[in-house]
Design a protein around this ligand. Sequence first.
Ligand SMILES: Nc1ncnc2c1ncn2[C@@H]1O[C@H](COP(=O)(O)OP(=O)(O)OP(=O)(O)O)[C@@H](O)[C@H]1O
Length: 227
Amino acid sequence: MTAPGNGPLIIASGLEKTYPLPESGRLCVLDGAGFTLQGGTTLAVTGQSGSGKSTLIALLAGLDRPDHGQITINGTELTGLDEAGLTRFRAAHIGIVFQQFHLLPHLTAEENVRLPLELLHRPCEAEAIDALLERVGLAARRGHLPSQLSGGECQRVAIARALAVKPLLLLADEPTGNLDVATGREVSDLLFHLVEQERMTMVVVTHNQELADRCHRRLRLTEGVLR
Ligand SMILES: Nc1ncnc2c1ncn2[C@@H]1O[C@H](COP(=O)(O)OP(=O)(O)OP(=O)(O)O)[C@@H](O)[C@H]1O
């Protein structure tokens, strides 16, 4: 999917993000955070609860914008895109796996995986979707709704959905955070197996040290900066 090892895929610099506090003033979450990540490598971002990890993922995904700073992904500066451009860029180039799966409840496993391709008006041959479901071990569950799947199976669907568009970058926000230890390990094995096979670039936010240790690099978010 991603062409590996051809210079930085992500350049993030001087990221600042504040949120309004209920009474007055603002909470400073990111205070000059930055990093670069080579294509084909994996980065774990750890940090205490509330340190801003999900905020960072939201900025990298173009789901939110920094107050200051820049994010360049594969040469495209996200801060230079308007809302429509950001949505298009995200849909075409970024796969996201969330802690809470975020599957559409009225769509089957297969339909959830197919959806990103349909939204992009890309061809989605049945064989390609079959192969993807097979790779995440869910060929036999293709017609199940999320409510008819276990947590681990839901996350497998979410991983297949994230990979369907062959993204440049995979972002994962606590991908095992909603799963028991054994299921979390299975999902993490699957995730790393697929990422290694495809030599993908991944940023994973996690409290799970085992998951973090499997990444090429680890950075900790503390006091608004990455160290
Ligand atoms: N939309 C928002 N409005 C106001 N404050 C917010 C908003 N989103 C996040 N925050 C605050 O910003 C801080 C960082 O939140 P964030 O979710 O990025 O942390 P996190 O490191 O991912 O935490 P956790 O590990 O518990 O998921 C928290 O104190 C949170 O309350």
